[in-house]
Design a binder for this molecule. Structure first.
Ligand code: NAD
Length: 510
């Protein structure tokens, strides 16, 4: 039985009206399990109208009351962690344990957003001039939109919605059409937590829905995460239409492995960071850069041994290290890149193509693939594969390793493995990448710092979560006030005792 999914608008499930649907697959079986409606422009406009009407009601909640709704939401999600993780895994294909991590990392940003009463405090300068005080306040933008990728269907919507809601905005989420069920359930839980209807909406769709959001003047800000070409398109279109935009794109994250590193530890970490979630993470390590031939040979031996032991299986099998890719197009893309790597002259150490999984013979599985002697001119080095493929690029020294990371067009995450503090410190200072791990392979910053890549991994100037997110979702108003004296003496209201400013000269605070 194929389920028919809905939109979530004004606190209710609403059936799709466009007549267009996308297929949601069970990646373990390679079968369609649901149909998702793809909204028309008119449907998106109706969602925005609904959100616009709801937003002032929500903005009138004081910050502490808004925070309490988010606190209640935290409890509701935690209470149903198991079923949400199973739902997430069934559409995405990541393991249940990893699906719980996806939800948990999203909740951590909700926990951060609960600090809204503190984080929304403005600035105040008493007596900036004679009898003049100046203060600034942060106000919501109005209706804002989030357009999110398939690979973190809980985490990334919550990274956007948490700060947007805490600051008093209404939110329209356009989740990935590949795994929309968790976002729909989160919408129900927001309502149950006390969010007024219409403040958090889910509109399912494809480019038609996205374009409708990008061109509607009532949408004041767009937060996007996905592939780089779409990130750039959304950034350019949103900003050309006068909106704020923060758009995060693809990645090719390097791990520089110094000769003094503990190579057993490094190999363990790289296996998880390279192949976890079938490599479908923007912070996955896809390039290992051992420094020196001896380090490379030793590391390769340890990686090879571990890759052979990996357990690729159904996402609902607790013994699985990683499950299927999200779709058949992903399998074709990865297989194609493996062939390109062979044709380009890279050394294929382990070929993951053609793996079969018992109970998932038609599922979207790809075995772990390991390439050695990959060079910077190769497409498998330059382009994001987004699958379980780890490429080893041998560097002769530290400077060459650093240069590789710096010259790559992507700059999302990077790691260095070393026991030497001086090398690590130099690396952190000079590397041209937004998020750096020192003996940490996936340096996703915790919720109260910000997340964002550099170069073609990020477009816009304010990052996700952390203090930047409160700036992104609010506009600053600065008030300069002057109260004429007189009332407190109970005398007649008169002019200020001080000299009257010359109205024809720009005011200065002498
Ligand atoms: P995607 O770019 O295909 O889709 C992302 C969103 O954009 C989806 O909601 C989709 O419906 C929409 N979209 C797709 N094509 C569009 C078009 N032509 N016009 C308008 N909207 C369109 O990305 P994906 O495959 O869902 O996710 C994987 C990508 O996301 C990878 O490149 C990965 O690196 C990246 N990613 C980046 C980060 C980060 O923080 N930098 C985090 C997670 C994922």
């Amino acid at each position: 039985m194929v389920r028919e999914l809905t939109h979530f608008i004004g606190g209710q499930h609403v059936a799709g009206a466009s007549g267009n649907f996308g297929d949601v697959f069970d990646p373990n079986l390679g079968q369609v399990q649901a149909r998702v409606p793809l909204a028309s422009k008119a449907e998106v406009e109706a969602v925005i109208a609904n959100a616009e009407a709801a937003q002032p009601v929500w903005a009138a909640f004081n910050p502490q009351k808004r925070a309490r709704v988010l606190m209640k939401f935290l409890t509701l999600v935690q209470d149903e962690m198991d079923s949400l993780a199973a739902l997430l895994s069934s559409e995405h294909g990541k393991t249940i344990a990893d699906a719980k991590g996806d939800i948990q990392r999203g909740l951590e940003v909700i926990e951060f957003a609960v600090g809204a009463p503190h984080l929304l405090k403005g600035e105040y300068t008493e007596s900036a001039g004679t009898g003049i005080d100046v203060y600034s306040i942060r106000q919501p933008l109005g209706v804002v939109a989030g357009i999110t990728p398939f690979n973190f269907p809980a985490m990334i919507p919550l990274w956007k919605a948490g700060p947007a809601l805490a600051t008093g905005n209404a939110f329209v989420l356009k989740p990935s059409e590949r795994d929309p069920s968790v976002p729909l359930r989160l919408a129900e839980l927001f309502l149950e937590a006390g969010l007024p209807p219409g403040v958090f909406n889910v509109v399912n769709g494809d480019k038609v829905a996205v374009d409708a959001l990008l061109h509607d003047p009532r949408i004041k800000a767009v937060g996007f995460v996905g592939s780089t070409p779409i990130a750039q398109y959304i950034y350019e279109t949103a900003t050309a239409n006068g909106k704020r935009a923060q758009c995060f794109g693809g990645a090719k994250n390097h791990a520089i492995v110094m000769p003094d590193a503990d190579l057993d530890d490094v190999a363990d970490q790289l296996i998880g960071a390279g192949y976890g979630s079938a490599g479908e993470r923007c912070m996955a390590i896809s390039v290992a850069v051992p420094v020196g031939e001896e380090t490379a040979d030793r590391l390769l031996a340890k990686l090879t041994e571990r890759v052979h032991k990996l357990n690729i299986g159904r996402s609902d099998d607790p013994g699985t290290d990683y499950g299927p890719l999200v779709g058949k197009d992903g399998v074709d893309r990865v297989n194609n890149y493996v062939q390109i790597g062979i044709d380009e002259g890279a050394e294929l150490v382990i070929d993951g193509r053609g793996v079969t999984v018992p109970g998932g013979e038609d599922g979207y599985f790809v075995g772990a693939t390991l390439f050695d002697k990959v060079t910077p001119e190769m497409r498998i080095y330059k382009e994001e594969i987004f699958g379980p493929v780890l490429s080893v690029v041998r560097a002769k020294d530290y400077e060459e390793g650093l240069r590789l990371a710096n010259e790559h067009e992507y700059g999302n995450g990077v790691a260095i493995f070393t026991r030497d503090g001086d090398t690590a410190r130099d690396f952190a200072a000079r590397v041209q990448v937004g998020m750096v791990g020192i003996n940490v392979p996936i340096p996703v910053p915790i919720a109260y710092y910000t997340f964002g890549g550099w170069k073609r991994s990020g477009f816009g100037d304010l990052n996700q979560h952390g203090p930047d997110s409160f700036r992104f979702y609010t506009k600053t108003k600065t008030v300069t006030q002057r109260w004429p004296s007189g009332m407190k003496e109970l005398g007649p209201v008169g002019r200020s005792a001080g000299s009257t400013p010359n109205a024809f000269v720009i005011p200065t605070m002498d």
